[in-house]
Design a protein. Structure first.
Length: 135
């Protein structure tokens, strides 16, 4: 019996329950979940002072989750996805398909939790009221 290989990627900076819910949901749809964690160079594209957490510590956190079978650092490009050729590539609903992505890979768009890392940082800094975007 062929196992279904799933893959997702992300920065996972200031990991929160939205990330964990997303990864658990991905794992329910595959037999093996591979997670590519964007390196610090890519994470800097997310904004000033990013990443907040080093790539080594973000990778360690992802590897520590029971729903993740394999995790590694990547440069944020789709090249690694094409090399691994998962059956399912999990992406957020806002993902614009990259024309370089192999057409044989099924894209499963995942619902993104309303709390995002940027909002979390603003909450910590007191710029937004606690409770906005929470369930």
């Amino acid at each position: 019996m062929k196992k279904v290989i799933g893959m997702c990627d992300g920065v996972f900076d200031l990991m929160h329950f939205g990330h964990i819910k997303l990864l658990n949901s991905c794992r329910e749809d595959c037999d093996l979940l591979i997670v590519a964690v964007a390196d610090d160079k890519f994470a800097r594209c997310k904004g000033a002072n990013r990443p907040y957490i080093s790539q080594e510590n973000r990778l360690f956190s992802i590897k520590s989750l029971s729903c993740v079978d394999l995790a590694f650092l990547c440069d944020g490009s789709v090249d690694i996805v094409n090399q691994i050729m998962p059956d399912i590539y999990f992406k957020g609903g806002e993902y614009k398909t990259d024309p370089k992505l192999d057409k044989r890979i099924i894209i499963r768009r995942m619902e993104i939790h309303p709390v995002r890392t940027t909002q979390l940082v603003e909450m910590i800094r007191g710029k937004i009221v606690r409770g906005e975007g929470e369930e």
